[in-house]
Design a protein. Structure first.
Length: 305
């Protein structure tokens, strides 16, 4: 006697899955839904949206596809949340968001969807310029745009915003053609910071007091800001995302510092009880451990002959 095959439910299609998630979100926000979900507003959700973006980045850095899948789902939840709140207020729905995105992708990729009589493939740079031109045309139809920089988000992280501003300006021709003058500009800004620091130190008999004064000195802050801005410009010419570079450098510091903490604990004392020379010795050991681990990984992944 044959054992009947268990019945399986066919997986939901992409559209059905989205519709189902939209329904779930509407239920959570409904009268019999979750009290916490019902209390949320677009303002209260802002920290969670930013948090989910950075958790997606962490999953990408970890090269963990399962974690990335989960974090992308959490990010999608935030989009659904904001769309549901807007729908309740009669502004727009998630379906409107999805449709507008689809229309925009088609509209800003005429070389893919319309060709416009041009069969020659565009380069990535040409595609970006075309995207910006089309975007400016669209914005011009909808509102009076005083500057190509007007729509760079003011709430972006400062390094990322600086990079976005510089890229927008460069796309309309406001840029150097080579990296040499960019590096020279960075050196000039760094020299100006040194000069401003020297002025403050020279005006005080106490070096520590002078350094403390710089914490609230607007000239020092301005010069330091110029150094950072020019450094971002260097990163752009090196094709490095400054936000990513600083985030990875911070993560690297955390790993090395944790190693130093563990060594101090292993030797039975608090970190502050050790002289700087000992801490530096452990710090260098942490760096060597990173180098050895990186070399081992590269060796492991070498192709077989």
């Amino acid at each position: 006697m044959e054992t009947p095959s268990p019945k399986t439910t066919p997986p939901l299609s992409h559209e059905e899955s989205l519709s189902d998630v939209v329904t779930i979100m509407a239920t959570l926000r409904g009268p019999d839904g979750c009290p916490w979900d019902r209390e949320q507003t677009t303002e209260s959700l802002k920290p969670y949206l930013l948090e989910e973006v950075y958790e997606v980045l962490e999953a990408i850095d970890a090269k963990d596809p399962l974690a990335l899948k989960e974090e992308l789902g959490d990010l999608l939840l935030q989009i659904l949340f904001h769309s549901q709140i807007a729908s309740e207020q009669g502004q727009f729905s998630y379906q409107d968001v999805k449709k507008d995105l689809g229309d925009k992708l088609i509209r800003r990729h005429p070389h893919v969807f319309h060709h416009q009589g041009n069969t020659t493939p565009l380069t990535s740079g040409e595609v970006l310029r075309q995207w910006d031109q089309l975007k400016q045309q669209e914005k011009g139809q909808n509102q009076n745009m005083p500057s190509v920089l007007a729509n760079v988000p003011k709430t972006s992280p400062a390094l990322l915003r600086a990079a976005q501003v510089q890229k927008r300006a460069a796309r309309v021709g406001f840029d150097w053609s080579t990296i040499e003058p960019v590096l020279q500009k960075f050196k000039e800004e760094l020299d100006e910071l040194y000069a401003e620091m020297a002025n403050i130190v020279d005006s005080s008999d106490d070096l520590q007091d002078a350094l403390t004064t710089t914490k609230t000195n607007p000239d020092i802050e301005a010069e330091f800001g110029d150094v950072l801005f020019s450094m971002v410009n260097v990163s752009r010419f090196l094709h490095i995302n400054p936000e990513e570079a600083l985030r990875k450098a911070t993560n690297k510091f955390i790993m090395r510092f944790h190693y130093v903490e563990l060594e101090a604990t292993r030797h039975g004392q608090n970190l502050k009880d050790y002289p700087p020379e000992k801490l530096d010795h452990w710090w260098k050991a942490a760096k060597r451990q990173e180098t050895n681990s990186s070399h081992l990984t590269e060796t492991t992944h070498e192709p077989l002959p």
